[in-house]
Design a protein around this ligand. Structure first.
Ligand code: PFF
Length: 450
């Protein structure tokens, strides 16, 4: 089985790990994980999240990378090729399409939030946060999101940056960026945890994150934990499948994916450890939603020595982390345009980026002009976020598990996944039974079927 990808290959196993980690680590870890954990009561949510990463996320990630490497095309074409190879219905290409749609929807709002991060980089650098008060952070955040023009400008800048990298091809520059910037972000997070220990209510923050209170665990909270696991690992929409299609044939899929999943989880937990002690120390509400880290970090950087320097550096690194994730959100669509519509990469990147940019205007407005328009109590942004993380990505993951474990012949799977007999059987059984059943039960539980 020696297909090769027309889009190029990673130079090594490490390059794949870096790129996949670049995709996984992003706003999902630092921005979303703390606020979703905060909205869902902390400890019990975190426990379910980690269980989902290990029992559903990692096994499905192995499967997704495997499909990508075997098909060596964009997810739509990979699924077509593999379905043909396994004599399965062509309808499996729908999995690729679901991913493309999810990628556009996610990128559209992801870019707006990355825009906030850009805005905060500048604000931190010029000293807006120095000595800031609690009222001050509310005011700075409120003023930013109330102004659609500013949000649109930052959103536009971020989307343009994303298009530039995608237009050049993901293997250029990405490796180098991730190799240095990820460790730097990790170090700054450690610094923040140190600050939180010294200045925040560390004991309460730790208890909130790690002491499960199962009475807070509703069906919706469990669904949110599963959705967060998929979102954070970039799973279920073909991004990791796409990156798998550039993976050298000799690289071990179980080992590389484990490294990626663990680094991603470590960053999320560190972000939680940095944020919650400050939230409680300052008397902020843990369940305030998407504004959580922006207010909390503004306070932290506003009060630490050299806060302008550390603050601007931190937000800048977060922008980079978001950038390497955004690229992977759109790569499946761009690769498909190149393969099947015969576009040049630049053209494809501009088209795809423009569509995501236009959709993003809905999110821009949902924080101001449209904030009153809600459906089921959710704004446009909330709906997109809910639909993608909690529905589309787990559905994609379910389809990946079913295809890899039930449709593909075991012999084909064994060619790709080099695990000793026992470990292989364990993984295969998890993918066959545990992951599909887990995903379906969590869906049913959330809609109140039990
Ligand atoms: N994993 C990214 C994050 O945590 O920020 C977001 C993401 C990227 C989700 C790529 C899905 C994806 F395909």
């Amino acid at each position: 089985m020696a297909r090769s990808s027309m889009h190029g290959h990673w130079s090594s196993r490490l390059a794949f790990i870096l790129a996949a980690t670049g995709s996984a680590v992003g706003l999902g870890n630092v921005w979303k994980f703390p606020y979703v954990a905060g909205e869902n009561g902390g400890g019990a949510f975190v426990l379910v999240y980690v269980a989902c990463v290990l029992l559903l996320g990692w096994p499905v990630m192995m499967a997704e990378v495997m499909l990508g490497r075997r098909g060596r095309h964009s997810p739509v074409n990979t699924m077509r090729i593999l379905a043909e190879e396994e004599r399965a219905p062509r309808a499996w290409t729908l999995l690729g399409w679901l991913g493309i749609v999810a990628g556009f929807l996610i990128l559209s709002y992801y870019s707006v939030i990355a825009g906030w991060t850009l805005a905060y980089t500048v604000r931190a650098a010029v000293g807006v946060f120095d000595g800031i008060t609690r009222e001050g952070v509310e005011q700075v955040f409120g003023a930013l999101v109330a102004d659609p023009e500013r949000l649109l400008a930052w959103h536009t800048i971020f989307m343009a940056l994303t298009m530039v990298v995608v237009a050049r091809g993901v293997e250029h520059g990405l490796e180098r960026a991730v190799r240095f910037l990820m460790p730097a972000l990790f170090l700054l997070l450690l610094l923040l945890v140190g600050y939180a220990m010294a200045q925040g209510d560390f004991a309460r923050g730790v208890a909130f994150l790690f002491k499960p209170d199962f009475s807070a665990l509703t069906g919706q909270a469990v669904l949110a934990a599963m959705g967060q696991a998929f979102f954070s690992l970039s799973l279920g929409m073909g991004a990791i499948m796409m990156y798998g299609s550039y993976l050298p044939q000799h690289a071990s899929i179980p080992r590389t994916t484990f490294t990626v999943a663990m680094s991603d989880t470590a960053v999320a937990l560190l972000a939680g450890l940095a944020i919650f002690p400050i939230v409680f120390g300052e008397g902020l509400a843990p369940d305030q939603g998407p504004s959580l880290i922006f207010k909390t970090l503004a306070l932290a950087f506003g009060h630490m020595p050299a806060g302008a320097l550390f603050g601007s550096l931190f937000f800048l690194l977060l922008v980079f982390a978001a950038w390497t994730s955004a690229i992977s959100l759109i790569e499946p669509a761009v690769a498909w345009l190149i393969e099947s519509r015969r576009m040049r990469r630049v053209e494809a990147a501009v088209w795809a980026g423009t569509v995501a940019w236009l959709l993003g205007i809905g999110t821009v407005l949902s924080f101001n002009a449209w904030s009153g328009y809600t459906l089921w109590g959710r704004t446009f942004f909330d709906l997109l976020d809910y639909l993608t993380s909690n529905v589309m990505l787990p559905l994609g993951g379910l389809a990946i598990a079913l295809f890899a474990a039930w449709v593909m012949r075991e012999a084909s799977v064994r060619e790709e996944i080099e695990l000793p007999g026992r470990a292989f059987r364990l993984w295969h059984a998890v993918l066959r039974y545990v992951a599909p059943a887990g995903i379906v039960l969590i869906f049913l539980n959330a809609v109140g079927a039990f």
